[in-house]
Ligand binder design. Structure first.
Ligand code: HEC
Length: 284
């Protein structure tokens, strides 16, 4: 958690430098009120957390599941059963992250939905189903406000590699058996209870997303500790002949490293474009 904080303040520093803003030389109380004047659109939060989710999911899919399979580790839908020696599939890793996020105060919601889901509870309905059609047409993210006044963002989820297609087409519960590579299979959907937020909330919520990923990964590591032949946990990534897993610290270091620029951009964009409806101009 402290590493997360350090890294995020680092990102803000980079963001400030990126914008050509010099380090503040104001008195602490003046600085506090200047900070309070900054308000962001929820969209900028979504851009950052979505980038974190993308990076973490890709890293988990390629390096942990891909490398792990070669090292003899197994992954499946039934991974949570006590006697089963498997890890979560990528979609279930995302679910685990979303479940951890739900327990944290910032109330950021994450959900991978579809119009042809394997799991019925992932079926879009109402306003989200309409917005999903638009995402499908344009393949661009869509931002909306739902019936409960939540800010909502939907990002396309594309069948980028063959296993997405083959696993879904062969799955007994899949209502669609003819997915092709490059199809849009669903949408990563985010909700946040307000359209605008302060810089403080932006940092805390972005940190919560990183913490949720770390906790989800730790839950997988804890599960492997109970295997009859547990993989060694340290600094190495799994591959053929190497039945090892990186610690949560190493995994998160890599997530932060891969996502840092995108998170800074998402935050800096909030400042640069001043998408504040003109009510609370952000001046540093
Ligand atoms: C080994 C099998 C497997 C692979 C590979 C796989 N999925 Fe899935 N996917 C599933 C299962 C099972 C679920 C349902 C999980 C749940 O219970 O929520 C799911 C859920 C989803 C959902 C939510 C809607 C639904 O069908 O329930 C989307 C969207 C999705 N996957 C897209 C992808 C994409 C894109 C890829 C490739 C990057 C991929 N999947 C790879 C098995 C797989």
């Amino acid at each position: 958690m402290s590493i997360t904080k350090i890294s995020l303040s680092g990102m803000f520093l980079v963001g400030a430098v990126y914008l050509g803003v010099s380090a503040p030389s104001k008195l602490p109380d003046q600085q506090a009120s200047a900070d309070g004047a900054c308000s962001y659109a929820a969209q900028h939060l979504f851009e950052g957390v979505n980038a974190i989710n993308d990076v973490a999911r890709t890293l988990y899919t390629k390096n942990i599941v891909g490398g792990g399979l070669k090292a003899g580790l197994k992954f499946g839908e039934d991974w949570e059963q006590p006697e089963v020696e498997k890890g979560p599939l990528p979609a279930l890793f995302l679910r685990l992250t979303a479940a951890r996020l739900e327990r944290m105060p910032p109330q950021l919601g994450l959900y991978l939905g579809s119009d042809e889901p394997i799991n019925k509870s992932n079926l879009f309905s109402g306003k989200q189903a309409e917005a999903f059609k638009k995402v499908k047409e344009t393949r661009e993210p869509v931002f909306l406000t739902d019936a409960n006044e939540n800010a909502v963002a939907m990002y396309p989820d594309i069948a980028s590699v063959q296993p997405c297609v083959s696993c879904h087409n062969n799955h007994a519960d899949s209502p669609k058996k003819d997915w092709n590579i490059d199809d849009m299979m669903g949408a990563t959907t985010w909700t946040f209870p307000s359209e605008t937020l302060s810089a403080d909330t932006l940092i805390v919520t972005t940190e919560a997303m990183l913490a949720a990923v770390a906790e989800a990964y730790q839950i997988y590591l804890d599960k492997t500790a109970g295997f009859s032949d547990p993989p060694a946990i340290g600094s190495a990534w799994p591959k053929e002949g190497r039945r090892m897993l990186p610690s949560a610290e190493i995994f998160m270091q890599r997530v932060r490293q891969d996502v840092a620029l995108q998170v800074v951009d998402a935050m800096a964009l909030g400042l640069a474009r001043k998408i504040n409806g003109g009510t609370t101009p952000c001046v540093l």
